[in-house]
Design a protein around this ligand. Structure first.
Ligand SMILES: NC(=O)c1ccc[n+]([C@@H]2O[C@H](COP(=O)([O-])OP(=O)(O)OC[C@H]3O[C@@H](n4cnc5c(N)ncnc54)[C@H](O)[C@@H]3O)[C@@H](O)[C@H]2O)c1
Length: 267
């Protein structure tokens, strides 16, 4: 038996319309899972789900703003109704707003916290309720949260973002404790991606130049690559593959862990 296989598993990926979330939905489907993409981007999310369905997998889209509790209730219910259960939840939706600390805008920090922290906590709340014994899915499973290398290293202009991703790191461990001790049958882990080639990372590189922290966006990216032992930027599939591992039985004795996927940047 291939323990990385996810045949018969049902997965919900938040922020799955594009970037790491889309690659994760594709990788989970490739490993055999049925997938539901939850995102605020309806057209992009549906297009990503359609592309996955064309490969022969079961894939759907549900509108989900992770900050909205009613949306979470509906998204979990829709996933269970359409896929026939819920075994894997990937709390991937997130935003990054870059700023120097001297220019901190409280509205930006509150928005970062709302999506990255409150959104992840609501996902854990409703995912665990559904997956634990007596829940609407009641089959246990695996939840993977997207923390960040920003929780491991100090990167300038990301104070607010870094704080939210450090919170996701801590929340992951507490969720694993509660789930394990209370017999929910759900493992909870997180990943720490380094610089992964998506609009978020390229936007941050441009911000580094805008804020006078690097000569240009290209120079900022080169600095990251220069500090990365494996000598390149990350790709979305690098993160997606790590998430498949944490979602699968190959990691069945792993919970409360954080897995760097950063080419060694955070060492
Ligand atoms: N790209 C990187 O270098 C990197 C590094 C470390 C961590 N991460 C984390 O990985 C995750 C994905 O990042 P990405 O690079 O793919 O970013 P991205 O901006 O390409 O994609 C983020 C997705 O989240 C969705 N989203 C945003 N707010 C939402 C909300 N309120 N409800 C539902 N969906 C929402 C967006 O619509 C989008 O589809 C994020 O949590 C990010 O913090 C990314």
């Amino acid at each position: 038996m291939n323990s990385f296989e996810l045949t018969g598993r049902k997965a919900l990926v938040t922020g799955g319309a594009r970037g790491i979330g889309a690659a994760t939905a594709e990788a989970l489907a490739h490993a055999g899972a049925s997938v539901m993409i939850g995102d605020v981007l309806e057209a992009e999310g549906k297009a990503t789900a359609d592309a996955i369905a064309k490969t022969g997998a079961t894939a759907g889209f549900v509108k989900l703003d992770v900050t909205d509790e009613a949306d979470w209730e509906a998204a979990i219910a829709t996933t269970i109704a359409e896929l026939g259960g819920l075994d894997v939840l990937v709390n991937n939706a997130g935003i990054l707003t870059a700023s120097l600390i001297i220019d901190t805008d409280p509205a930006d920090i509150r928005r970062l916290n709302d999506i990255n922290v409150v959104g992840t906590l609501l996902g854990l709340k409703h995912g665990l309720r559904a997956m634990r014994p007596g829940g609407a899915a009641a089959n246990g499973g695996s939840i993977v949260n997207l923390s960040s290398g920003a929780a491991l290293i100090a990167y300038p202009a990301t104070a607010g973002y870094s704080a939210t991703k450090s919170a996701v790191d801590r929340i992951t461990r507490i969720a694993a404790q509660e789930s394990g001790k209370l017999g929910y049958g759900v493992r909870v882990n997180c990943v720490y991606p380094g610089f992964i080639g998506t609009s978020m990372a390229f936007g941050l590189a441009a911000d580094m130049a805008r804020l006078g922290l690097s000569d240009s966006a290209e120079a900022a990216l080169n600095e990251v690559v220069g500090s990365t032992p494996l000598g390149r930027l990350g790709e979305v599939d690098d993160v997606a593959n790590a998430i498949v591992f944490l979602a699968s039985d190959a990691s069945q004795f792993v919970t409360g862990a954080g897995l760097p996927v950063d080419g060694g940047l955070g060492i």
